[in-house]
Design a protein around this ligand. Structure first.
Ligand code: SF4
Ligand code: SF4
Length: 65
């Protein structure tokens, strides 16, 4: 499980950090980190991100195949 952040798109608004139900995202100034071991793939952050910078790792893999 887990998400991937496109750091070229992220504007550090913190919306994903606020919405994550398991608090696995952390934003420190301009550094956003995700604990993918804790992530439950709820996609709340994917839907919340205003710039579409977050994708589920599962989906990224599907695109690659
Ligand atoms: S998918 Fe859900 S659990 Fe995972 S980082 Fe996003 S909001 Fe948190
Ligand atoms: S919601 Fe999107 S733009 Fe905002 S901090 Fe999270 S990844 Fe970055």
């Amino acid at each position: 499980m887990g998400v991937k952040i496109d750091r070229t798109k992220c504007c550090y608004c913190g919306a994903c950090v606020s919405i994550c139900p398991v608090n696995c995202m952390e934003l420190k100034e301009t550094r956003l980190t995700v604990d993918n071991n804790t992530c439950i793939n709820c996609q709340a952050c994917v839907r919340m991100c205003p710039v579409g910078a977050i994708a589920l790792q599962k989906e990224l893999k599907a695109k690659e195949e």
